[in-house]
Design a protein. Structure first.
Length: 150
């Protein structure tokens, strides 16, 4: 409510403040990229992240290629990694996060894409920051003090 509030008594213009000061990152790319890429199929994401990386001299399979591309995309483009465990299970069924919980330690098996992703989130850093969304000044939701009727 505060970002959509204009309170002239207090000198607050939430829509203007957001347009000029908020650094917003696209949510799906920023935190849900693995779900977006796998079509919110938790079992598919789990299976891909559970694959072993190809051994030296081994040809990368199509599934390994997709798992690698997911890890690389998440590391290059995302600011976080949201693992859903709540009400979303009723809508989409098992998620990567719920499957990792069910199969304790499966996100940390050496030589897998899950382990590579886990390792990278601790020891690797992006070269740059994700681009910001451009916010325009919107019509306020409310004019006047936040906690008073008018």
């Amino acid at each position: 409510m505060v970002i959509g509030l204009v309170d002239q008594e207090d000198g607050w213009d939430g829509p203007k403040y957001v347009a000029e000061h908020v650094y917003g990152i696209e949510y799906m790319v920023g935190s849900q990229l693995i779900n977006d890429i796998t079509g919110w199929d938790g079992q598919k994401a789990f299976n891909l992240m559970s694959l072993s990386l190809p051994k030296e001299g081994e040809v990368e399979s199509a599934e390994q290629k997709q798992a690698r591309e997911i890890v690389e995309a998440c590391l290059q483009k995302s600011f976080g990694f949201k693992l859903a465990h709540g009400l979303i299970l009723r809508v989409f069924g098992d998620t990567l996060g719920s499957l990792w919980r069910m199969h304790e330690g499966s996100d940390n098996v050496p030589g897998t894409y899950a382990h590579w992703l886990r390792h990278a989130t601790v020891y690797w850093n992006q070269d740059g920051i994700p681009p910001t969304l451009e916010f325009k000044v919107i019509e306020p939701f409310k004019r006047g003090p936040l906690l008073r009727e008018r």
